[in-house]
Design a protein around this ligand. Structure first.
Ligand SMILES: [Zn+2]
Length: 655
């Protein structure tokens, strides 16, 4: 029964992973996906002996790597000669015909990070970055977490698959939203984010980012005939291949395929920066040969990012939730990448001086993909004076403060209306208290009428006060009050997140809630105690400590509590006895837990932790440098888990 359900869950999760890959959009909500995933984790905890090594839960690696090992590519990963000109591309397709009747394939040039995957007798064994083309970094454990890479394929012998590690636009926007909620600077583009992610030293963090892989080459015995056949084979093996054309001998259909994608690129969920055109007949590659740096049998046609010149009509200051001021350039409207662009980011005030730009100058603006347009350079200098830093907050007019060691300007007035507005917007958002019926317009209205100042005031609103508001009425007022009432039970994790403590996002809030069980306990913890909590580093600990030491914050919390908001985690882990009756042994060095933490975690779920492996051991949890216990467990046929098992135990169980 359990085995049947587990197999069903494997299939379902694999299906959703695969469909997510193809479109970058999920067929199932994150919430329902998580439910399936958690059900599987729970079944696996209940029946550890039934866990398959191919289970989706086993994808999350756990070994902390000290830097990255280097690996020499058997076949160098050469760079490709680029052109931005269709005419040059056409000439190349034409010229290549001097080697005889050849056909070419055009494929999307994905804007990610090139990577080679190695398989031995069907098993994924290694992932190597391009590096300098000859030698790359081994990022095996990180790549193992990418759900769309099959860990087991049906192919004998050694096989290398090359492709691009990518982040989709939806994922990228989601990540930036999270960073913004945490008061951290946003990532610049999906490519840089993917490149940074695969070099993270924690596979768990990599797994959470949701990277993807698009394959574009197969190197294996018997794969030397044609590129198009190899792409077919990769699909059969379970890889997602780059979108490509049929093989054509004439330039015209290839060029029109390129033009079609240059038009459509904006609507694709993954970043594309051009097209790659390859000769299909691999058996002719040696004959066609290489130049000093790149093969002659392939060309890249790169899309020029959409740029235009327009005038800066204003540079406005925007006030964030924590008071950080961001300059935004207002532009004379210009059409780029099929959209009308009126605003462009200037990142921070140092950027304004670096560009030497002021209101009235003509600037070059660039927009590529779904990225926020940015000012690249001054195209025509029309002003003679430098831009003057704002001295006062545009909202409350209090003097701005330049933060030491950062380029940020801040409004430090906690009563600042713009900050209050940003804070309230965050507090009621879906990821926080999830209060329906409090859109920006209503919040603005309530603030302007001085009906609210802090989130606590929201819970004091009465029907009599609400009904007369514009666009409100009897029904909406009742609905809003109901939604406010319901949110009082949102739970500790949501509340901690909603407080908007710098660096504390939804993920950290969830861990804090699970570990402490009550807001009172969390508030009274020292920096040292906070740092001991899994995933809380010194910076987050300091931020929490300073937040809870501030009198205004203390009074807000006690007010919220008096208004009936739940500040305790009722479904605490103490009631969880899912591991009762089982015995675990821990060996080796764990990366995310200390031994004591791991022991405490297991015991909190009712398990026993012993020091030696015997026949009565339920499973061994092995970290890095596991020794004799590992060998003994193997010889006794006792299941061996990675740290992932512990990670999964810390995940919240569904209500
Ligand atoms: Zn202000």
């Amino acid at each position: 029964m359990s085995q049947t359900r587990m197999n069903e869950l494997y299939r379902k999760i694999a299906y959703y992973d695969a469909t997510y890959y193809g479109t970058g959009r999920s067929e199932i909500s994150d919430y329902h996906y998580d439910l399936l995933y958690r059900e599987l984790v729970e079944l696996e905890q209940q029946y550890p002996h039934l866990v398959s090594p191919n289970s989706p839960t086993q994808r999350i690696g756990s070994d902390l790597t000290e830097g990255f090992l280097k690996y020499t590519h058997a076949t160098p990963m050469l760079s490709i000669t680029n052109t931005y000109s269709k005419e040059e591309l056409e000439k190349w397709i034409h010229d290549i015909q001097k080697y005889g009747a050849l056909s070419c394939i055009a494929e999307l040039k994905m804007d990610g990070v090139a990577c080679a995957l190695h398989y031995q007798d069907g098993r994924f064994i290694r992932a190597v970055t391009r590096g300098d083309g000859t030698r790359g970094d081994c990022i095996t454990e990180n790549v193992r977490t990418i759900r769309t890479i099959p860990l087991q394929i049906d192919a004998p012998g050694f096989l290398e698959v090359r492709g691009e590690i990518l982040m989709s636009y939806p994922r990228f926007h989601h990540l930036n939203k999270e960073l913004k909620e945490n008061g951290q600077p946003p990532m610049q583009n999906p490519r840089n984010t993917a490149a940074g992610t695969i070099k993270l030293l924690s596979p768990q963090k990599v797994a959470r980012r949701g990277l993807d892989f698009h394959a574009y080459a197969l190197l294996a015995e018997g794969s030397e005939l044609s590129h198009s056949k190899n792409l077919e084979k990769l699909k059969h093996l379970g890889f997602h291949t780059v979108i490509h054309s049929e093989p054509f001998a004439k330039p015209a259909p290839l060029l029109s395929f390129c033009s079609e994608w240059e038009r459509k690129k904006e609507n694709h969920p993954y970043p594309i920066d051009g097209m790659v055109i390859k000769v299909d007949e691999i058996n002719r590659y040696d004959e066609i040969g290489l130049t000093a740096k790149s093969p002659r049998w392939v060309r890249a046609y790169k899309f020029a990012p959409d740029r235009g010149i327009t005038e800066i009509t204003a540079i406005d200051a925007q006030v964030g939730r924590t008071g950080v001021i961001t300059p935004v350039a207002r532009l004379r409207p210009i059409s780029l990448s099929g959209t009308t662009v009126q605003n462009a980011t200037l990142h921070n005030y140092d950027e304004i001086y670096r560009l030497s730009v002021n209101v009235g100058d003509m600037v070059t603006v660039e927009k590529s993909g779904e990225i926020i347009p940015k000012v690249i350079s001054v195209a025509e200098k029309r002003t003679t004076t430098p831009f003057e830093l704002p001295f006062h907050c545009p909202s409350c007019h209090s003097p701005l403060v330049k933060e030491p060691h950062t380029v940020a300007l801040r409004c430090v007035n906690t009563a600042c209306p713009a900050q209050r507005f940003s804070f309230l917007k965050h507090f009621v958002s879906r990821a926080a208290m999830n209060i329906d019926g409090l859109g920006p317009a209503i919040l603005e209205e309530l603030l302007q009428r001085k009906m609210i100042e802090t989130p606590a005031d929201l819970f004091k609103l009465t029907k009599e006060e609400l009904v007369p508001l514009p666009r409100m009425g009897e029904r909406s007022a009742s609905k809003l009050l109901k939604s406010l009432e319901k949110s009082k039970n949102a739970g500790l994790a949501s509340l901690v997140h909603a407080l908007g403590i710098p660096l504390v996002g939804s993920e950290t809030a969830r861990v804090l809630a699970a570990e402490t069980g009550s807001l009172e306990k969390l508030m009274n913890m020292s920096c040292e105690e906070l740092e001991k909590i899994h995933t809380v580093g010194p910076e987050i600990a300091a931020s929490l400590f300073s937040y809870f030491s501030t009198p205004e914050n203390k009074s807000l919390i006690s007010e919220l509590k008096n208004l009936g908001l739940r500040t305790e985690e009722t479904s605490g882990k103490n009631s969880d006895t899912s591991l009762e009756g089982s015995t675990y042994v821990i060996t080796g060095t764990l990366s995310e837990f200390t031994r004591a933490e791991a022991k405490k975690l297991l015991e909190s779920k009712g398990a026993r932790v012993t020091s030696s492996v015997s026949r009565s051991t339920t499973a061994l949890i092995a970290g890095e440098n596991s020794g004799s216990k590992y060998t003994k467990a193997e010889s006794l046929g006792i299941p061996i888990y990675t740290e992932t098992f512990l990670e999964n135990l810390t995940k919240k169980t569904p209500h």
